[in-house]
Design a protein around this ligand. Structure first.
Ligand code: ADP
Ligand code: MG
Length: 228
């Protein structure tokens, strides 16, 4: 069969699937979160007056669920995180890191050696999503006390690394067919023509590395900025 036609058909099948998944997320997860938001509001109303600490906690929970609902809407609408467009990748990464530390108490050191103009627009949303999932995993699974984040130019392109000092990750966890978060990160990296590596062992923590090749012209300009 004509190769171009086959590509077009594949792309349209993929598009179809994305829409179905998007609907599923929107309906199933959206409704569940909305139900949760109502339950939390009910709890808040029933809370005996005067318990400030509990009240603040419940408010915090409600805010998280509301953020979750918004996120579900954004994902299912296939939109990029809005503030990424508004403030740029660097500021969005900073903000996200700050939020992460506030919420988890895990220390973060950041080395971001790129400016917003270095990142092709399509890249930043994907990189940002990978970054968010990696941090969520650190919070959920690692029991780490420190995370080091770096985003820099390498010989072949860009490299994002999230390194924690937690319990490490086993090969069977990486290979698990239920590792949808890891799969999602890998797929996003591959969409950009890049690769995702996960390594980690007991005692050294877990490192997620994404390498994304840039067009030769872009590499040349970054490696030899004076040659323009
Ligand atoms: N930073 C990490 N430290 C330790 N284990 C991790 C880390 N990230 C992921 N894992 C392990 O890999 C599994 C798969 O991750 P993921 O696909 O994101 O699934 P989920 O977060 O939904 O459990 C996790 O359940 C966890 O056991
Ligand atoms: Mg995960």
């Amino acid at each position: 069969m004509n190769k171009l036609l086959l590509c077009a058909q594949l792309e349209s099948a993929r598009e179809h699937e994305r829409k179905a998944i998007s609907r599923e997320i929107h309906d199933e997860l959206g409704q569940l979160l909305t139900g949760l938001a109502f339950e939390i509001s009910w709890l808040h109303r029933k809370l005996p007056a005067g318990n400030r600490e509990l009240s603040e906690r419940i408010k915090g929970m409600k805010a998280l669920v509301d953020a979750g609902i918004k996120e579900v809407q954004k994902i299912s609408a296939g939109l990029r995180p809005r503030y990424l467009d508004d403030v740029g990748t660097r500021a969005a990464l900073d903000w996200e890191t700050g939020q992460f530390t506030n919420r988890t108490g895990i220390r973060c050191t950041q080395a971001i050696d790129i400016s917003d103009s270095d990142l092709p627009p399509d890249f930043s949303a994907e990189i940002f999503r990978i970054f968010q999932e990696a941090l969520t995993n650190v919070a959920r699974h690692s029991r780490a006390t420190d995370v080091a984040i770096s985003l820099k130019h390498t010989r072949g392109g860009l490299e994002l690394e999230i390194r924690d000092n937690g319990r490490g990750i086993a090969q069977h966890e990486i290979d698990s067919p239920c590792a949808y978060g890891l799969m999602g990160m890998r797929e996003r990296a591959e969409m950009l023509g890049g690769k995702l590596r996960i390594s980690g062992s007991h005692g050294t923590g877990t490192t997620v590395t994404v390498t994304i090749p840039l067009e030769e012209e872009e590499i040349r300009q970054h490696a030899y900025p004076d040659s323009r």
